[in-house]
Ligand binder design. Sequence first.
Ligand code: HEC
Ligand code: HEC
Ligand code: HEC
Ligand code: HEC
Length: 483
Amino acid sequence: MSEPTSQGPTAIKGWIVFSAVLVAVFAIGLLLASVMERRAESKQGQRDLQPIAAWESDNSKWAANWPREYASWKATEKTDGVTKYGGSAMRDLLAEDPNNVILFAGYAFAKDYNQARGHAYTIKDVMATGRDISTKPGTCWTCKSPDVPRLMAEMGPAKFYDTPAKDLYNEVKHSIGCADCHDPKTMALTITRPALKEAFERQGKDIANASHQEMRTLVCAQCHVEYYFKKDESKGQKAYLTFPWDKGMGVEEMDAYYDEKQFTDWTHPISGAKMVKMQHPDYEVYSKGVHAYRNVSCADCHMPYKTEGGQKFTDHQIRSPLENISNSCAVCHRWGEDDIRKRVESIQDKIVEGRHIAEDAIAKAHFDIAACKQAGATDEELAEVRKLIRKAQLRWDYVAANNGLGFHAPQECQRILAAAADLGQQTRIAAARILAKKGVTEPVVYPDWSSKQKAQDLIKLFGKDGTPPKLIAAAAAAPTAAK
Ligand code: HEC
Ligand code: HEC
Ligand code: HEC
Ligand code: HEC
């Protein structure tokens, strides 16, 4: 009988330890291999990058290097997203709110005014709009295409702006894309539009010093801003794209800027007032809100991160964040998706209410001034009321034309709408005094503009060949109920 060796159990233990180590080493090896492979994969991605030409405006040429960003960018073609007040579908803002037709009478927006769609449609939409671009300067193309930085590099910005838009039809082909926001060599975010750089310079700031987080907003501020076409005879410039920020980006400062320049977009055919059209002061309004105050960028909400196949990347399907709450707002706000949506809608509902109060006053005020004219008031007597209505409408439009219906800075927008409503009512009171002086004591008889069609037919009567309806005759043939 052999005695069990004292080594027996130890040997077994040894083997167990040995195999455990073996398994562990193998597992670690596998893990390492997979990590190395991932690294190699992503390095490979970098090593295999195709060189992209300077000013490459064809977005598909960037796709091989950046397939995920490209695919998400391409998704801005989708038009199925509809939110309570926004989304990517076409919306006819004149039919939704015929007051717009009255306020923009004599200006192209009274003919055709749709809500913005995705970046894939910038060229299509501007070509299809009733606001004819064929007679416009090249400046109109500035915020539409990555062909623009290319053309500006070739021609210089001043020449680009002054070339008739129709002469550039064959040059401006690609909708907003990679070369609008990225340097093709480094892929760093970059400012390609001179108007933004120049506006910073005039305020004594160098945009090159902007932080990375600021750049995530400033690439958007190249286009999503208020602007006008500056005429400078001394430089021979007819339509130089300029942002009116020299006194600041608030509505009062822009109003003062335009007054000082005696700038006018058009003369209103009903009231005869010299008006300013606000474009889409998205960056300016955003900068007054709590998110800007807390350094949340446009991209944080409109281009949140997305994960696909273990890869995190920036979602380039720029759209309403309400179509993508879980990746956008909910990253910072841990409330339910439904709560977040309802919160946004309730903010927007209140802005809409304020907006209607202001625009009802302003629309009626245009007719009040027309009534004064019919009662024999002279241009001189009307100078003050016309100034008032210009200020009222400029404020209303600052809020109305800004995208997102006030969400970007709700308190600021309500403050401005309150001022717009007040100025609108001041106009009406001043007009009533003028009417009283002319011996008109009966209330103004307002025509009917309760639908887009009625409003468009009505404003034609105030055009060159029309005969305006009587607004002051107490015994008007068919008195219409006041709107
Ligand atoms: C805190 C998040 C947030 C930030 C930051 C933000 N937005 Fe928005 N934006 C929204 C929301 C919410 C809406 C409303 C969407 C809707 O009504 O469907 C919106 C709407 C818009 C719209 C209209 C989209 C539509 O479908 O109607 C545009 C254009 C826009 N924002 C541009 C910008 C720009 C440019 C910036 C930066 C200057 C910016 N936004 C910053 C949340 C944000
Ligand atoms: C080169 C100019 C340009 C730049 C840069 C730009 N936009 Fe736009 N954006 C536009 C134009 C023009 C439209 C309207 C397109 C249409 O209706 O055809 C638009 C539309 C939008 C819309 C509406 C989309 C929808 O589906 O409703 C959003 C949101 C938006 N932009 C956000 C941004 C954000 C955020 C940035 C920056 C990351 C940005 N944009 C940068 C010009 C620009
Ligand atoms: C309206 C501006 C805009 C346009 C157009 C745009 N990008 Fe971007 N892109 C951004 C922003 C903002 C970021 C985030 C950058 C950051 O935070 O560093 C980004 C990030 C990226 C990155 C870095 C990796 C990532 O996903 O975060 C790549 C690569 C990229 N974009 C590729 C593209 C390509 C390809 C196109 C054209 C198909 C394109 N971009 C069009 C604004 C834009
Ligand atoms: C990057 C982080 C971030 C993202 C993304 C973000 N927010 Fe905010 N939000 C903040 C911060 C910071 C505040 C300031 C209050 C605070 O500190 O909680 C704030 C405040 C708010 C408020 C209160 C506003 C007020 O005037 O007090 C609302 C409402 C809101 N966010 C909605 C949204 C919605 C809707 C989205 C998505 C479209 C969104 N936020 C996306 C960070 C964010």
